[in-house]
Design a protein around this ligand. Structure first.
Ligand code: 8YV
Length: 319
């Protein structure tokens, strides 16, 4: 327990968390909570809402904005993850309520998985694994795949994770350009203000842009067609960033070469059309999912929680 821990606090846990994090929360606080709370859940069902001083949630689950006003003793929201799209930032700001999240500690692992998906999408490692396991190698050689090194990489959203992807891609001698709301200072990579133009130029388009209303369906049919029949889309951002129906249609028609996806519209449900495609690599929203990074995220969730309860500045504050 840190010096700033407020013992005896009542924490509302929303949705499942890492078991080790749940254990620490239970050790240090009274935890009310549920795995399947929704905005429609009456807070009265949680016990005494007036006692709740903190909410602990995760990026994909968030917290309904309406709850903030119903928790009169709330001092802090601490979220496990870097994504802010499910968090009621405006309502929290209006109430002067600090919201903690876990940036930076996951950059490397998310970027590592983006590169892994990119290489798999181009070199078809998972599909080749299935080929060997099926015994198909006994009938003939595996089809040729696509070179990775030296290709053109377009990055959509050059934040901390996008920059970590770019640094890795530089090691593969890739030509790198990016699309961002505005050019990023202090980087050598080329800013391309037009998303279709970036897609048209790129061999691989990696999405590392934040989710939320502002980026919903940013990657539409026009962008996917521009990426083209030899192009590969890699998404480690949010399912909402891509028009999933357009993606499936473009993959079906051959207007897009392939996709490597860690995130989807309605997780954990993946459309049957994607499951059936050999030119699609699928991962279960696992980009930050290593022991090392998840522990670092859990530590930051606790540090934010305890700082908020003690009325101190949060180590990583979104609002
Ligand atoms: C999840 C994520 O937090 O950080 C994010 O925004 O989407 C992930 O790291 C993680 O999967 C836990 O649910």
């Amino acid at each position: 327990m840190t010096a700033s821990t407020a013992p005896g606090s009542t924490v509302l846990q929303i949705g499942p968390l890492m078991p080790a994090l749940e254990a620490v929360l239970r050790e240090q606080h009274e935890v009310l909570g549920a795995q399947a709370l929704t905005a429609a859940t009456p807070l009265a069902d949680m016990g005494d809402a007036a006692c709740i001083t903190a909410v602990v949630t995760s990026a994909p689950v968030g917290v309904p904005a309406v709850w903030l006003a119903q928790l009169p003793s709330l001092k802090v929201v601490s979220s496990f993850g870097v994504g802010l799209d499910q968090l009621p930032l405006d309502a929290a700001r209006a109430q002067g309520l600090p919201v903690g999240y876990t940036p930076d500690v996951l950059n490397d692992c998310v970027a590592d998985l983006a590169m892994g998906l990119l290489i798999d999408g181009a070199r078809r490692i998972a599909a080749a694994d299935r080929f060997v396991r099926r015994g198909d190698w006994l009938q003939g050689r595996y089809p040729l795949t696509t070179r990775v090194s030296g290709k053109r990489l377009g990055i959509v959203g050059l934040g901390r994770i996008g920059q970590a992807v770019a640094r890795r891609a530089a090691g593969f001698d890739m030509d790198i350009a990016y699309n961002n709301r505005r050019p990023v200072d202090g980087v050598a990579w080329r800013h391309e203000p037009s998303l279709p133009a970036l897609a048209q130029w790129a061999d691989f388009l990696v999405l590392t842009v934040a989710g939320g209303a502002g980026t919903r369906h940013l990657i539409n049919a026009e962008v996917l067609r521009a990426l083209g029949p030899k192009g590969l889309l890699v998404n480690v951002a949010r399912g909402s960033v891509v028009d999933q129906a357009a993606l499936i249609a473009c993959l079906h028609s051959g207007e897009l070469g392939g996709a490597a996806l860690d995130v989807f519209d309605d997780e954990p449900h993946v459309p049957a059309a994607l499951l059936a495609m050999e030119n699609v690599v699928l991962a279960p929203h696992m980009a930050s999912g290593t022991h090392d990074t998840r522990q670092a995220m859990a530590d930051l969730v606790l540090a934010n929680l305890h700082a908020g309860l003690a009325g101190e500045p949060l180590p990583a504050r979104a609002v």
